[in-house]
Design a protein around this ligand. Sequence first.
Ligand code: NDP
Length: 314
Amino acid sequence: MASKILYNGDRNVAGKWIPELNRAIAAKGVDAEIVTTSTEPEAIKYIVHSPRGDVSDFSPFTGLVAVFGLWAGVEEIVGNPTLKVPLSKMVDSSLTEGMVEYVVAHVLRIHLGTDFHVLNQDGVWRRDQTLPPFLARQRTVLILGLGALGTACLKALSILNFQVSGWSRTPKTIDGASTYSGADGLDRALARADFVVLLLPSTADTRNVLDSRRFALMKKGASIINPGRGTLIEDAALLDSLDNGRLASATLDVFWEEPLPPSHRYWSHPKVTVTPHIASETRPETASLSIAENVRRAESGEELLHLVDRIRGY
Ligand code: NDP
């Protein structure tokens, strides 16, 4: 009998996901079918899950073997006490591509000072003759988080000649990059960076990782770009650092509260660029391949890919 996989993602896009998931699973030669309702929860072996799905109580699913997350961020499910089976997070080639494009675009936008000219189309020829502008090789980008997304962004920026550095929980070696770990490592790395890109997960350990003490350590005139999670930044400290001139700009895609309330100071702050959590998206055509590989592994008793450590929270 075919193994049953419950699609528990956003119902509005189920029509895009289900054919792709079925196709990818069939291509793996696995006898499994996607269902969209859980009238017999004990018959469900796997759940493809996003926080936009209807199911958040996993206790009726007594035959459940694994849950496959559709999102890279797992903070909304990782602490769920009814989830007793392995959980994987999404690693998707298109999600990575999209994030690389977002991060490279915003680093280049700030590096080149593009906004100044785009926002001042008023007939005044503002050509700064005093200095040749910086080249990428004279600027250091620090990526906080060297996972699937952070590492890909670091490599893309390195190809553009930026000096690249990265910070992660465990020490890493990456050709051509300076790497740091630990609290002291972060302090040292921040002091050298012109751009800081946050691609950390939202966990108890990463909450407010950039606070007033750390903003004060940063280079004067540095910029931050946060497509990671809003909880990584202490908002009041960031606003102070922008107001007191320590930081030149902040580009923020994610927030403590989403949608960002219309009255929030970020919307009107001249040094802040807000994007509405659009840095990157999971695409069904490619992400289904990742899910199907984990279904195949689970069915043949192999270790799952991209497993979440429930204690660490990512
Ligand atoms: P991964 O789980 O692959 O990588 C996480 C990285 O963060 C790892 O390098 C890890 O270190 C590091 N890390 C975790 N905790 C700490 C800590 N306490 N101190 C230092 N480093 C730490 O995640 P992804 O790269 O796939 O995704 C990163 C985040 O991006 C997601 O969690 C999500 O929040 C966000 N995201 C945002 C999107 C958007 O559209 N805005 C889209 C997709 C994701 P180590 O390697 O040592 O384990």
